[in-house]
Design a binder for this molecule. Structure first.
Ligand code: SAM
Length: 412
């Protein structure tokens, strides 16, 4: 019968932070694993040392095969079960052999320094992983705790939020927590770009208008009424009718992973709907009119559609550097249909979904012919909305112009 594996959390002050139980385990150890920083803090002698780099599988195998008399200790920072080595080892070895002694977690210390509760915060980590998929679901959350990668992370995170119109956060950058060099800087999110911090840091972000205690997003209508959208006064209402938007959004089913593009987003009726329907993805709205753009930004804010990134420009040039989309929406193509179809056919990923609304017969026909030539099997639906209207006390129906909704999936 093998002995338990002790996973000991260390604070920045090293062995001082160890409990009596942890100290005993460390003193009796015959095998000590830890990152370079942890091993330097503890300086274990006369034992087998295992330096953790990116070799956790190897460590798990070594621990699984430990001899009956071996006393194994793994060093971690803070709470090993909070984005730490404890999580990986628990997955690899199960809970049974593990005895875990946490120290204070950087998360706890950071929220303590900011004097805000953290039980209601959204907690995430961009340490050792690509940031965008982690950050997108956090956009707009009232209170966020974020483990970072290095000294450039606070500025990069601020850029990511600001680029999407989120400029109302207070941020606490908490460096070297628990050590003599600890420093906590509180600033507005706009003050962060281009500033560099020490590599060990944790971010607390709290939205200004709240005390951070609202749970998550407030409820957002998937398909808001037309008159809830900001729009130019007296200007043309370039908005897809609410009922048509409902059906068009419904056509985005079984979309493979990846971003979604809205080409010619206008005031953002469909963009906002897509952003709300796919809250963990990025929706990229392209709009070339600067007047529309202003309202598009306003509508993003109005409907808290923070995962909507707005690009000022014209397709296809404006999208040249973008990641290939998993779905594309086109809400009318002006005189550019050929170019738009070229773009969709060249960039949409296999099994990706294309949805387009048309009011002109020629555009509909051109699209169907082109897609069929490319081996697609598009569907088309005629949507004819007739809102009820009072006529001298009687209800009558006034038909709106029909819209054709095309949906197709790119063959593999
Ligand atoms: C892999 S996570 C480890 C978290 C650890 N299990 C804990 O409980 O704090 C590494 C990240 O934690 C944060 N971190 C760890 N120690 C820190 C410290 N002393 N001061 C500030 N942030 C720290 C940094 O964001 C760092 O990139």
């Amino acid at each position: 019968m093998s002995r338990p594996i002790h996973i000991l959390g260390l604070g920045a002050n090293g062995t001082e932070s160890l409990s009596e139980r942890a100290r005993e385990a460390l003193n009796a150890a015959t095998f000590v694993a830890g990152g370079k920083r942890h091993l330097a803090l503890v300086e274990p002698r006369q034992v087998e040392i295992f330096a953790i780099t990116n070799n956790l599988n190897e460590l798990a195998t070594r621990l699984r095969n430990r001899g009956p008399d071996e006393r194994c200790v793994v060093l971690a920072s803070g709470d090993p079960l909070c984005y730490g080595v404890g999580v990986t080892l628990q997955r690899a070895l199960g809970s049974e052999p593990l005895e875990i002694e946490p120290a204070l977690c950087s998360l706890q210390l950071a929220f303590a320094r900011a004097a805000h509760s953290w039980q209601d915060a959204a907690i995430a980590s961009i340490h050792g992983r690509p940031a965008p998929p982690v950050l997108i679901p956090l956009l707009g959350k009232p209170k966020i705790g974020l483990f970072t990668q290095d000294g450039s992370s606070p500025s990069a995170v601020a850029d990511f939020f600001l680029e999407r119109g989120l400029d109302d956060y207070r941020v606490w950058v908490c460096e070297d927590l628990g050590s003599p060099t600890e420093r906590v800087t509180r600033l507005a999110i706009q003050e962060l770009p281009n500033r560099r911090f020490r590599d060990l840091n944790f971010l607390v972000l709290i939205r200004n208008e709240s005390d951070g205690s609202r749970p998550g997003f407030t409820s957002r209508p998937a398909v808001p009424a037309d008159d809830e959208f900001a729009r130019p006064e007296g200007g043309p209402v370039l908005l897809t009718h609410r009922d048509v938007r409902s059906i068009a959004l419904n056509r985005f089913a079984d979309v493979p992973p990846g971003p979604i593009w809205d080409l010619g987003a206008g005031l953002g009726g469909v963009s906002v709907g897509l952003a709300n329907q796919f809250p963990t993805r990025e929706v990229v709205a392209v709009e070339r009119s600067s007047t529309q753009l202003e309202y598009l930004r306003e509508n993003r804010k109005q409907f808290e559609a923070w995962n909507l990134r707005i690009i000022h420009g014209a397709a296809p040039a404006a999208l040249a550097d973008e990641v290939a989309p998993a779905a594309v929406f086109v809400g009318g193509s002006g005189r550019q249909l050929d170019l738009i179809l070229d773009l969709v056919l060249s960039r949409l990923i296999p099994q990706g979904v294309f949805v387009a609304n048309f009011v002109g017969l020629e555009n509909l026909a051109q699209t169907l012919v082109r897609l069929r030539l490319e081996g697609w099997s598009p569907t088309v639906t005629q949507v004819q909305i007739s809102p009820g209207q009072d006529l001298a006390g009687l209800t009558t129906f006034v038909p709106l112009r029909p819209v054709w909704i095309v949906q197709g999936r790119r063959p593999t």
